[in-house]
Design a binder for this molecule. Structure first.
Ligand code: COA
Length: 179
């Protein structure tokens, strides 16, 4: 399956993938919220502050993941947060999500990113190497509504040691509704 990185000209299709997938799984309000988030991440985030990966089949976009920079001003390490993640509803459960995540994490590792964070279902993200981390050890930009979903993994041979806050996310994620 071909994976692409930050494809130009596909923005609307990527936004629609997220809107439709989250509408199907969690309702129209969540679909619009996540569609708007992806629109903002693509429109307002500098190239050096984001990674976008998509999976394609027969010229259709069937999966997408975005990472954006999480800045810990008092810490030298480079940190990116994964959000959001979607695989088209009729393509779920075939391993596409895990393959896309492993591909994206490998690209970040090669790019010199030290730590990947995410905020979601610990059972799912454990399959691609994420482990729970406390807000004390990795302060989030906002107080987390579901701290058990705050997850991290090292992309180097060094373990994740506490990150010194405060942290700052990109503008598109800079709203408590996402945390
Ligand atoms: C979550 C999602 C990205 C998974 O993608 P996928 O391609 O269907 O997942 P994969 O086929 O790679 O992995 C399937 C495995 O994950 C498990 N899994 C799938 N969704 C899960 C979830 N929400 N929580 C826990 N486990 C989940 C399956 O049971 C399966 O386990 P197995 O490998 O032991 O059989 C996809 O279902 C999706 O887009 N859901 C709607 C949007 C969403 O919830 N996104 C994540 C939050 S940001």
């Amino acid at each position: 399956m071909p994976f692409s990185t930050d494809p130009q000209g596909c923005e609307e299709a990527i936004i629609e993938l997220f809107r439709a997938t989250f509408t199907a799984s969690e309702g129209a309000e969540e679909g619009d919220l996540i569609g708007d988030l992806v629109h903002n991440l693509l429109a307002s985030t500098a190239q050096q502050d984001r990674f976008v990966f998509i999976a394609e089949e027969d010229d259709a976009i069937i999966g997408g993941i975005l990472f954006s920079r999480l800045t810990y001003e008092q810490d030298q390490r480079t940190v990116f947060v994964l959000a959001p993640v979607a695989v088209a509803t009729d393509q779920q459960g075939k391993g596409i999500g895990q393959r896309l995540l492993n591909h994206g994490l490998a690209v970040l590792r090669k790019a010199g990113v030290d730590i990947a964070m995410t905020y979601g279902d610990p059972g799912y993200y454990a399959k691609v190497g994420f482990k729970p981390i406390s807000e004390a050890d990795a302060p989030a930009p906002f107080k987390l509504q579901q701290p058990e979903g705050w997850l991290a993994q090292s992309l180097t041979d060094r373990a994740v040691t506490p990150l010194k806050g405060p942290s700052r996310c990109v503008e598109a994620l800079n709203h408590p509704v996402y945390w």
